[in-house]
Design a protein around this ligand. Structure first.
Ligand code: ATP
Ligand code: MG
Length: 519
């Protein structure tokens, strides 16, 4: 665990990855606690609409039953096991069971439609999928064995001896969000969970204070749900709330927090924007972490007032997560920056030659960090392209500021080049979001014969709001720079979003390019 410190510098210099030769995430998240403290609460299960506390002992028994079911279906070390389940004890147990067998779990999202499931099942070659009745129906067209709660054998049937694994042995194959292209499978070893812990602890202002209880509305099929919340909570012995809503709403968040005694939440920025748009206030939270998209100055200010906390923005990606973070109890966040390197990581901004630069450049992570993937699944070419001279390239652009704060400019492909200026969409979106009528916004470059590209903003207004285009343009001009204001603004009812709630700028860009003829 991260030892509490009063100085960020001390925290960093004191830190050391202490990876044992024997490492298995099943032991880390469940078996260890089940042996030493079986009555300790692992999961606060609200999925039935009532609260049921599930102990580590109970979780262990459930995982042993899943394990027995997997063994009966011939699962061996290295086989892929799909987990098509939303938040709930069985989802956790399925991953744990696969890991105990030395198999590779593959989180799958319940909202995937046929093609999305087909590509991931095909690419991963999953032998068995652990799911529920609904998932069983979804899987009917595919050629893979299925295991549901009803099929689970008795735990006593799990007789195979635990498989010895180490930090570099494959454990989980997790697909990226597909914001910029086809989702890529990032293969991680058993060290991936250890690699997440310092960042999770930091982004929750030293997670593990008495009374801490974790929750996220993000699905456990994504790196943000699975490795920023569920598995770190289990590993650190902090109860994790499981809850299910078909659609996130402020009332739902309020109910979960009250019923589950939640104190620590990871809210993706989309969820925060929905809370803010509805003027929600939430009581009783000790820490709120957010990441996956830029948070923005406006949200930071709102969080202090409506949630009573300084929201800690963190940064990372499916391939290498939780690499930078803020920590309100250690230092003031720098609005527009995604935090500072988490202990154990070196996040830098590098140029074409892999040298550090104080100009805008590629955000990169020093190779060797514990949460770094082993490789892209069966794709050596993509793996090779992911690195430059000992650095993992995130594909994002940024500027290194004083004190090691990294300013997020935008994804490599999203940076707008207009009349010789390089303009990051993040800053303009953040600025437009401070306008009282704006609910969400996506900013992209639109091809322009004169300027190369112009800044185009797609804006969704708050219910019953109206605002002239000129007012929004002036809003940006007066706050940022005369060259970076959106020359064109279009008002939409909704923005194209990934299932993880990220704005798909690629789709907006295609739309802008197809529009043609501009001012
Ligand atoms: P794909 O790689 O398939 O296009 P994706 O990059 O959205 O999808 P993820 O791995 O889920 O898939 O997301 C990681 C990316 O999210 C980062 O590379 C970065 O672009 C963005 N991101 C994460 N945290 C932040 C943050 N705090 N601020 C800005 N952007 C962030
Ligand atoms: Mg990515």
């Amino acid at each position: 665990m991260l030892r509490r410190s009063s100085s960020y510098e001390a925290l960093r210099t004191r830190f050391d990855w202490d990876l044992p030769d024997d490492l298995n995430m099943a032991h880390q998240t469940c078996d260890g606690w089940a042996a030493t403290d079986p009555d300790r609460t692992a999961i606060i299960d609200l999925t039935s609409g009532h609260r049921r506390d599930v102990s580590f002992g109970t979780l262990y028994q459930l995982s042993r039953r899943v394990e027995a079911g997997l063994v009966a279906r011939g699962v061996m070390r290295g086989d892929r096991v799909g987990v098509l389940l939303s938040q709930g004890p069985l989802c956790a147990a399925a991953h744990i069971a696969a890991w105990r067998l030395g198999a590779i779990s593959v989180p799958l999202f319940k909202l995937f439609q046929r093609d999305a499931l087909a590509s991931r099942l095909g690419d991963s070659g999953a032998k068995v999928v652990v799911t529920d009745d609904e998932g069983k129906g979804m899987l009917r067209p595919f050629d893979c064995a299925v295991l549901t709660q009803k099929d689970l054998p008795d735990a006593a049937m799990a007789t195979r001896a635990a498989v010895g694994t180490g930090p570099e042995d494959a454990a989980v194959l997790i697909y990226t969000s597909g914001t910029t292209g086809k989702p890529k499978g990032a293969l991680h070893g058993h060290r991936v969970l250890t690699g997440h812990l310092p960042g999770v602890e930091m982004s929750h202002d030293f997670l593990g204070q008495p009374g801490d209880v974790l929750w996220t509305p993000a699905d456990w099929a994504w790196i943000g749900g699975l490795f920023d919340v569920l598995m770190p909570g289990l590993a650190l012995g902090i109860p994790v709330v499981a809850a299910r809503a078909d659609k996130f709403s402020p009332d739902f968040a309020d109910w979960v927090i009250a019923t589950g005694s939640v104190r620590n939440v990871f809210f993706p920025p989309t969820a925060l924007r929905m809370l803010k748009a509805a003027d929600t206030r939430l009581e009783g939270l000790r820490s709120v972490a957010s990441g996956g998209e830029p948070l923005g100055a406006e949200m930071l200010a709102w969080g202090r007032e409506a949630l009573g906390v300084t929201i800690n923005e963190f940064y990372g990606q499916t391939e290498c997560n939780m690499v930078a973070s803020s920590c309100g109890s250690l230092f003031d966040p720098e609005p527009g920056c995604l935090g500072r390197s988490v202990p154990g990581f070196t996040v830098a901004v590098i140029d074409e030659d892999g040298q550090l630069t104080d100009q805008e450049g590629d955000i990169a992570v020093r190779r060797g960090a514990a949460s770094m993937m082993l490789e892209y699944w069966r794709n050596p070419k993509a793996t090779a392209e992911k690195y430059r001279k000992g650095w993992l390239l995130t594909g994002d652009r940024g500027i290194m500021e004083e004190g090691g704060f990294v300013r997020f400019v935008g994804r490599d492909d999203d940076v707008i080049s207009s009349a010789g200026y390089r303009i990051g969409p993040a800053e303009i979106e953040d600025c437009l979001l401070t306008h009282p009528a704006v609910a969400t916004v996506g900013v992209v470059g639109k091809p322009d014969p004169l300027r190369g590209e112009i800044v185009k903003a797609y804006v969704v207004l708050k219910a019953r709001s109206e605002v002239p285009e000129q007012e929004l343009q002036d809003w940006v001009k007066q706050r940022l720079a005369s060259y970076s204001y959106p020359r064109e603004i279009a008002f939409l009812d909704a923005l194209p979003m990934t299932v993880t709630g990220k704005v798909i700028r690629k789709a907006l860009k295609a739309r802008a390019a197809a529009e043609g003829g501009n001012s």
